[in-house]
Ligand binder design. Sequence first.
Ligand code: ADP
Ligand code: MG
Length: 469
Amino acid sequence: MDPVAVWNAIKKALTERIAQGFSYSNFVDTLTPLKVVENPNGTATLHLTTNHEQVATEWLDPKGHYYESFMQAAMTATLELYGQPTFMVPAVTFVAPQPTTLFEDQLDQTPQISEAPANSSIAADFVTQSILNPEFRFETFVSSDENREAYAVAQAIADNPGTQWNPLLIYGGVGLGKTHLMQSIGNKVLERNPNALVKFITTEDFINDFTEALRRGQKDTEAFKREYRSADLLLVDDVQFLAGKEKIQEEFFNTFNALTRANHQIVLTSDKLPKEIPGLELRLVTRFGQGYSANITKPDLPTRVAILRNKSDQEKLNIPNDVIDEIAAAVDTNVRDLEGVFNQVAGKLRFASKPVTVETARDILETMNFKRQRAITIPIIQETVAKFFGTTVIDLKGKKRNKEIVVPRQIAMYLSRELTQDSLPQIGRAFGGKDHTTVMHSTEKIDIAIENDAMLADQVQKIREELSN
Ligand code: ADP
Ligand code: MG
């Protein structure tokens, strides 16, 4: 569930239960939705934040007016949104407003921050200047299940930097949108306060700057420190590259502490969890994990379609649906690759006079080495296994109990379990209407056999390879 959509619908339903005016504007309008946690038993919790301690206290009481009204409003809202009422409770967290806020509109005096030390630009001229990509914004980011949590918390931090969740760590594989999200925070903060000192750097920049400062001597080392520690928002990309660099890690640790102590926000990205980065000091592992860690995973097929559609619409290209489906099915690695193929197709559309068809897309995919993944289905598995063992699909589905049939049948069930999304009962039905316990028993047998019988393990592996060709 999308926390923003759910909250908006709940707010609407709450207008029936909470008087418009003081109560509503103080106790409802001041809340920011963060995420929906869906429990296995079908209930859910909507996490919200507020800057007012008293508001949080009111909301916390399960017998209180707000809590009760919320549960009822949530039933109405989820029924309306998803066609089915969900039992949902609120979890409101108080987030202390920053003593020195980044945003002028919230200040009743002139900002004390964002005034760079008078001579810093001269003293620290060797330090990498931060350049944000203006395209990396929340508005151009497609949110989906794979990144929803990271997206929600990044937005909450952009609205309220330095108050809670410090640092934010976004981690996940290459090309999945970590840098995009991180820079979205920077762009948003600058949009609201153009004077905020937002510093975006790669870990490599940090390493180079520090090494250069050390080479030049003490005055420049001081300048380096001043430059980095004056940031209101420090964005450091790809911290996995700190691995094994002790001296750099020490300086990073000091920078980190200076900024977080002053309630200045830090956002980090990494290709893995800090504790999985070999050669990262324990104290950094601990620090990096003390705020909020959000994982981004590979986009599934519907998400890939949505990302391509979005790009096509943004660039007003009108790429046909079947072309988009073709690309989305073939490129299952990451968003960067998806964009790479998209740009080729867009180029063809713009510069060749012919419209882009599925054929054109296939050619492009082939030159870029992406093959459409053939979906592996139970019938394909049955056929491949039967051929491999010199038996027939009819026998695999039949009731014969001799060893020459039973083992291939069990292997076919085992591979169906492993390589398709089908459930145990579905697999049972595809094998001549067998019970799901039979399927379970068969897969367990093969599991054990693979451990103890090298020849059988080898056969299973050969069939797998056959199937992936
Ligand atoms: P990472 O830093 O994780 O390696 P990037 O942030 O550089 O990945 O993303 C790679 C490319 O894919 C960028 O051009 C980015 O705009 C795009 N991208 C990634 N995820 C999304 C998304 N969810 N919606 C839109 N564009 C995305
Ligand atoms: Mg990146």
